[in-house]
Design a protein around this ligand. Structure first.
Ligand code: NAP
Length: 289
């Protein structure tokens, strides 16, 4: 099975690297070409266009910013659709809306190829370690065919049903992620206002029932109050927006999600979009200074 990987950002690069390390022939394409050079140096084959990559691969994986980016890479003149035929499987691992996933499955089906929406739970460290949780939506037989790839990328695969269900599941888990991060940040903010030492507060949180791996992973960032991105805040803001849109359409009122969406939105407006999502703490601090 020859793999083609499109999108070599924070997540795509370590994920693709693991596929290469596992011994697969790997074709890579990234809009900003320099970002693909590292993988090429390690043995991946650089492609000039998504079409070329698709023609040379059996399985095409996209890991892009959002639905608009995936649509663009599919439909552009030398895009995925231009190189697709019935023998190929396209897997979109980006976080997009369920509607977009269904749309992509329909586009891919016009070429009689198969489509799986397979967003992931977990950030850069699990991507590096191959311990993501993969959330595929699509035909069970197609998923079975690419399971060896999912096993390289992740520690667990949870099949939620038809196309669009993987994307739905991803919005559910990211809603909880966004709220949890704001919750931890508010706790740290109140602790600071009450004159409690941050180190002790973090120690208390981490020893408690709500001491999640998320807070453990961000401990040093909170301590130093420096927030280099693993998961950019603007992407969390995108995901909360998608979750609220789905909630609206499906008759669910989500008060905490709405509040978190406002805070992430205002952090983005105040120039923190490219910092890590944990920079929500900085935003809350500034709002309370
Ligand atoms: P990222 O570092 O910003 O990477 C985004 C990738 O998309 C880059 O390769 C970028 O290319 C490409 N791209 C964007 N627009 C494009 C377009 N119109 N045409 C072609 N390529 C385009 O983002 P990331 O953190 O890897 O996240 C990727 C996806 O995974 C997002 O949907 C995100 O929500 C999701 N996710 C992220 C995390 C995380 O912790 N970071 C965890 C789980 C899921 P350039 O290099 O040219 O800009």
């Amino acid at each position: 099975m020859k793999i083609g990987w499109i999108g070599l950002g924070y997540m795509g690069t370590p994920m693709a690297k693991n596929v290469l390390k596992a011994g697969y022939t790997l074709h890579v394409y990234n809009r900003t070409k320099e970002k693909a050079q590292g993988l090429a140096d390690e043995g991946a084959i650089l492609c000039e266009t998504p079409q070329e990559l698709t023609e040379k691969s059996d399985v095409i994986i996209t890991m892009l910013t959002d639905g608009a980016a995936v649509k663009d890479v599919m439909e552009q003149e030398e895009g995925i659709l231009a190189g697709l035929d019935h023998s190929k499987i396209v897997i979109d691992m980006s976080t997009v809306s369920p509607e977009d996933s269904v749309l992509f499955s329909e586009l891919v089906r016009t070429k009689e190829a198969a489509f799986i929406d397979a967003p992931v739970s977990g950030s850069v460290k699990p991507a590096e370690d191959g311990t993501l949780v993969i959330l595929p939506g699509g035909n069970a037989e197609d998923i079975q065919k690419v399971q060896p790839i999912f096993d390289i990328l992740g520690k667990k695969t949870v099949h939620f049903g038809e196309n669009g269900k993987g994307a739905s599941a991803k919005l559910v888990i990211n809603l909880l992620l966004g709220i949890t991060m704001q919750g931890a940040s508010e706790a740290l903010l109140l602790a600071e206002k009450l004159g409690l030492e941050k180190e002790n507060t973090l120690e208390m949180i981490l020893a408690s029932a709500v001491g999640t791996p998320l807070v453990t992973g961000k401990k040093q960032l909170f301590e130093k109050e420096e927030f280099p991105a693993a998961f950019m805040l603007k992407l969390m803001s995108k995901d909360l927006g998608l979750a609220l849109k789905e909630a609206d359409k499906n008759g669910a009122s989500l008060p905490l999600t709405k509040a978190a969406d406002q805070t992430y939105g205002s952090a983005k407006e105040h120039g923190k979009g490219e910092l890590d999502l944990s920079a929500i703490f900085l935003e809350l601090k500034e709002q309370n200074s």
